[in-house]
Ligand binder design. Sequence first.
Ligand code: CP3
Length: 343
Amino acid sequence: MNALQNDLLLKALRQEPVSRPPVWMMRQAGRYLPDYIKLRNKYDFFTRVQTPELACEITLQPVDQVGVDAAIIFSDILVIPQAMGLEVLMEEGKGPSLPQVVRGKAEVEALRTDGVEESLAYVMNALALSKKELNGRVPLIGFAGAPWTILCYMVEGKGSKTWDKAKQFLYTQPEVAHQLLQKITDITINYLKAQVVAGADTVQVFDSWAGALSPEDFSIFAQPYLLQIAKAIQPLAPVILFPKGSWYALDALQHSGASGIGIDWLLTPQLARSIVGNNITLQGNFDPAKLLAPPAQIKKWVKEMIDGFGTQAYIANLGHGITPNVPVDHAKAFVDAVKSYSA
Ligand code: CP3
């Protein structure tokens, strides 16, 4: 029961030979699938996340309906601020908001770091149930937000184009910022360890707003914490780091010990490969907006992307999450193009 029928993803992460690259899509669970939208109309966001049967059903939908080579657990990166004691609201169409923002030492010290496994037990239950229901068809991916990206939401209180308040916090109270980043790192390590125990075959760390930082700021406020997480989790399961926008960090991160690095479409596959060689697995980097083009065009672009990365030590994916307006047929065209790739 435990042996995987399709372990392309894990092979690619171990840099073992594969017959073709594995494919999955960031944010594949939810957003664009009609069956997901039905559940979204019936249950509010955190009910879907906190009810293992619902989370499991959503996790499996893209495996059954789009044919991806991996499932990613349906949850959110903002369960960590919740577990640390902050309220998180998710309003349909408006995105997340955190009414009590973190702006100083007192608020950082008040954040909880113990009892993650207890307060996030529903995630581990959803993972265990999804693992069981997948029945070895494809690997199961766990995930968490990176410390810098979580700090962004805690300080800003909502999404932002510039993250200027989060950056102001780094620049005006660097010691407190590091204290907060370390607290988030500690809880995230425990959380990811528990996810692996519960059934995650690999974990991805989403540093979605890394690209808001300059290379120097990234090296001070993001990278050290990504490295701590990679070092702690990699002995238990392969780690994929996804520092969106931070192409400049590829060289440094290839020595992080992580198995894989996700990249976006701001650099070519050829350039990314020339920086890291085949020593680390690359994941990406299809512009999700390109899924709105006609399927024949999508297939052509997918072939060019794989030609650029090469078929080995590579995971075909988008360069960021799939958007809600992508027709299911187009998502399928993307997946099918990878599956039928030949040089
Ligand atoms: O990847 C998956 O399919 C698993 C599910 C998943 C969700 N959020 C579900 C969700 C994952 C991996 C995330 C990660 C996440 N959440 C990130 C990192 C990835 C990225 O896209 O950069 C971030 C920054 C968040 C924070 C967040 N959660 C935002 C900004 C929003 C609102 C807008 C949106 O759709 O992304 C959410 C809500 C959310 N999380 C939804 C889903 C399916 C949409 C709300 C809904 O369907 O009710």
